[in-house]
Design a protein around this ligand. Structure first.
Ligand code: GBH
Length: 519
């Protein structure tokens, strides 16, 4: 009781202190609302109109059994032919932005500049112009996991030469589309791009080199990103006035107990996932200290002559630091962390010394990695604020998975909860969040889960040749929320503790004071 009064005072004081001119359940002025897709997951047309083969085409055609329902994305939602239906859906949603990705091999079929595929370029021109004609800003991801196969044949992201290819691809994209595209994402979830050089069979290119290939891939990706960023700054920004970011995925890591070792485990979990990229770009310019220490020690103990975690030169550290105009965040869910040894030998997982688990009371979804933990969003945003000096954050993905029903009450509840927590982070805690993106605009091909997991605000009828889109209940919820510029008061309960009473004993670490993450 006393605590509640004290919290209210704190919040009111803070609201004044940060000077919000609006109510806590309202969005700040000029806030961007967006919905997202990715080329491979929606476009289809995998080998028509001059498109080249990419690593997902290859992966799926050689290992159909590695996809849960043995399906592929050769046609998918056929957005290549039905992009106008996607635009109509966006209009219906009332969003001001659409995040989609370019298929590298649709524009450059060999991955290199020797062939530029006219039809591919025209497809993206039509999509971009269609969006602008209804006042929707494009946010374009350059790389959402679909490397041209000829570049994988050279070793893919473990080969440092990829930084040359990526910079050239980026320069083509900036020159062709940058007059109209003002928001760029270089890489989507680079941690998962790199994991595909560790795990061996989950994701293309399915290279098995845990604890080695993934660290090498990240090293190249960070340099590729920085080179694209520098190129834009030098050659395009003055004329095009755009912004460049990266979309980083992270779980929120909640310590299993209040013990110092569990708190340290949670911090390491965040460093080994988010910090792996965020520290070079938004922090010191280099990999997190704890990563450097642990991987170096392990590598030595394994009898290696070099660390499995590569080193950056002083020059590179300087160049990477600050190489993003905004912090793209893909956040879905949380996990519990404790100290221990887990995973392959060697692997990033084992190097981290973190063992993760789920709280059985967290509501499940149709994806086993994704539980509904709205308060994790608020902690995640506050962690970024505190750790990286409150950068502008654009939430580039957040979403919920079910079987695809139109009456998707679970999704509406998910979004209500997560968006409410985001608003608390903004309006109460002072986090600098500038935009929010729902994953996904439409039901699509969920990678190795095939079509068994649906994330869309709109469903797609995959039995119909024209793939008609249909609004779900969650689409209407979004439309209304955006028109009113607020989360409905009845679902936004400012002082309600979002952790259920029975969990408090077990997880006493939820927010009482928002900006103290673990105490
Ligand atoms: C994002 O990935 C992607 O950007 C998007 O393409 C995708 O459709 C969407 O979210 C929904 O999944 O090793 O426990 O993490 C989310 C990251 C990567 C989460 C693979 C699940 C496998 C299980 N996903 N991960 S785990």
């Amino acid at each position: 009781m006393h605590l509640a009064i004290w919290m209210t005072l704190c919040m009111l004081w803070e609201m004044n202190a940060i000077g919000v001119g609006h109510e806590v359940h309202e969005f700040p002025p000029n806030f961007h609302f967006s919905a997202a897709t990715a080329a491979y997951q929606v476009e289809g047309a995998w080998n028509t109109s001059g498109k080249g083969e990419n690593i997902w085409d290859r992966f799926i055609h050689t290992h159909p059994d590695w996809i849960l329902d043995h399906q592929n994305a050769d046609i998918a939602a056929d957005s290549y032919h039905h992009y106008q239906d996607d635009i109509n859906a966006l209009v219906q949603l009332n969003v001001s932005m659409y995040r989609f990705s370019l298929s590298w091999s649709r524009i450059l079929p060999t991955g290199d500049l020797n062939v530029i595929n006219h039809d591919g370029v025209e497809y993206y021109n039509a999509l971009i112009n269609g969006l602008l004609s209804v006042k929707i800003q494009p946010m374009v991801t350059l790389y959402h996991w679909d490397l041209p196969q000829p570049l994988q044949d050279l070793g893919g992201w473990t080969n440092p030469i990829m930084a040359d290819y990526f910079e050239q691809y980026a320069s083509v994209a900036f020159s062709l589309f940058g007059d109209r595209v003002k928001w760029w994402i270089t890489f989507n979830e680079p941690s998962h791009v790199s994991s595909a050089y560790a795990d061996g069979h989950q994701f293309a290119p399915a290279v098995e080199s845990h604890g080695i290939g993934d660290y090498l891939a990240t090293h190249t990706i960070l340099q590729s990103h920085t080179r694209a960023y520098e190129l834009y700054k030098k050659q395009f920004r003055r004329k095009q006035h755009g912004q460049i970011g990266m979309a980083l995925f992270s779980f929120w890591y909640e310590p299993l107990t209040r013990s110092p070792t569990d708190i340290a485990a949670a911090e390491r979990g965040l460093e080994f996932e988010l910090g792996w990229f965020a520290n070079p770009i938004f922090g010191s310019g280099d990999y997190p200290k704890v990563m450097r220490e642990r991987v170096d020690i392990n590598s030595k103990a394994e009898g290696r002559v070099r660390s499995r975690l590569p080193y950056f030169s002083r020059d590179w550290i300087k160049r990477m630091k600050g190489s993003c105009d905004f912090f793209g965040l893909n956040h879905y869910t949380s996990t519990l962390a404790t100290t221990g040894e887990d995973g392959e030998k060697p692997s990033r997982e084992r190097d981290s010394g973190v063992v993760v688990s789920e709280d059985a009371s967290w509501p499940t979804t149709n994806s086993n990695w994704l539980r509904v933990v709205p308060w994790g969003m608020r902690k995640m945003l506050n962690y970024i604020r505190l750790k990286y000096n409150n950068p502008p954050v654009f939430i580039t993905e957040n979403g919920y998975s079910d079987e695809g029903q139109l009456n998707d009450n679970g999704r509406v509840e998910f979004y209500s909860g997560y968006i409410s927590e985001m608003l608390k982070a903004i309006n109460v805690d002072g986090c600098n969040v500038i935009g929010y993106t729902a994953w996904s605009l439409i039901d699509n091909f969920e990678w190795n889960q095939g079509y068994t997991k649906k994330f869309g605000l709109f469903s797609v009828d995959y039995s119909n040749k024209t793939r008609p889109r249909r609004a779900k209940k969650s689409a209407n919820f979004f439309q209304e929320m955006i028109s009113n510029n607020r989360v409905p008061e009845e679902i936004f309960e400012l002082l309600r503790d979002s952790v259920p009473e029975e969990n408090k004993e077990k997880h006493p670490l939820q927010f009482h004071v928002p900006f103290r993450l673990w105490m």
